[in-house]
Design a protein around this ligand. Sequence first.
Ligand code: SF4
Length: 360
Amino acid sequence: MPASIAALARLTAAADAGEVPEAADLEAVLASADAELMDVVAAAARLRFRRFGNTVKLNYLVNLKSGLCPEDCGYCSQRLGSKADVLKYTWLSPEQAAEQAAAGVAGGASRVCLVASGRGPTDMDVERVGKTIAAVKGAAPGVEVCACLGLLQGGQADRLAELGADAYNHNLNTAEDAYAEICSTHTFADRVDTVNAAHGAGLSPCSGLIAGMGESDADLVSVALGLRALNVDSIPVNFLLPFDGTPLEGRWELDPRRCLRILAMVRLANPDAEVRLAAGREVHLRSHQATALQIVNSIFLGDYLTSEGQSAKDDLALIADAGLVPLGLEGALPEDAPEAVREAVKVRRRGAGTEVAPNA
Ligand code: SF4
């Protein structure tokens, strides 16, 4: 029996027993052969469907303040000294942010993620975000709001909870041992402290990772188990978009099958967590996005912080084609999918019988 198949059996047993899986078994998932890829997906899918059924949580990002960050995270297009040609602007007003969020909610999002670049918020920033949370919730009652404002200090997590935030995101990004290679202006421990502060304040802790930054399989497993140890509720898995003008420019080391293995490993390490397919999915998973939905139970709808995603309409069609439903919209599949399918049928006007070059 291949080592990865034996590892899948042990990982499934560990999940059933509620036990922490062995790092070596998770590394075996990452090292599995292409011929075993569907076994890997199936093992992760069983956990996904057992815990979350056929639902997909839709999250919508609003970038409250973009670019010009004083921190030096090497993967980030908003970092200190970034030459990436991304949007740069200061704080959106509460009304502007609420207008953006409302578009996502209308598209089916049940969580809005309010994100601001920077090392961390001032107390005044926290109050400003509180007004934005009120505006977002006023326009879309019932929507969850997650804040992502960087490192928190003092009583800022408690204050955000008082102001109506439901969750707080702060990604670990990579393994503790590899952290100094991607950032020099703050530490892995700083990030852990903020995740713990958010959790302690009663905010739902959201923390994830970025794959494709030159990390080893052991690093990926380390961060996946680190997130489990922090007992986070949701885990965004990002695939590096190596923007020109950043230190990781040109680092294209992922392929769709590698991405599926990473997602499955994160799911097997965290059977009960919301695993969210995040930035880079369209670029790196490509035709395997639908397969990835068998593993994850959450995606970002529409665009990311500094890059554009595929259209929200295409996201919803992808979910419907997989037989899944947006969380909170069970029974309300997008009605225009059949029309979109009909429009995709085109009478051939090229190749044999025409003067136009064949499609090859
Ligand atoms: S702190 Fe956030 S916005 Fe600033 S460089 Fe790091 S990831 Fe980018």
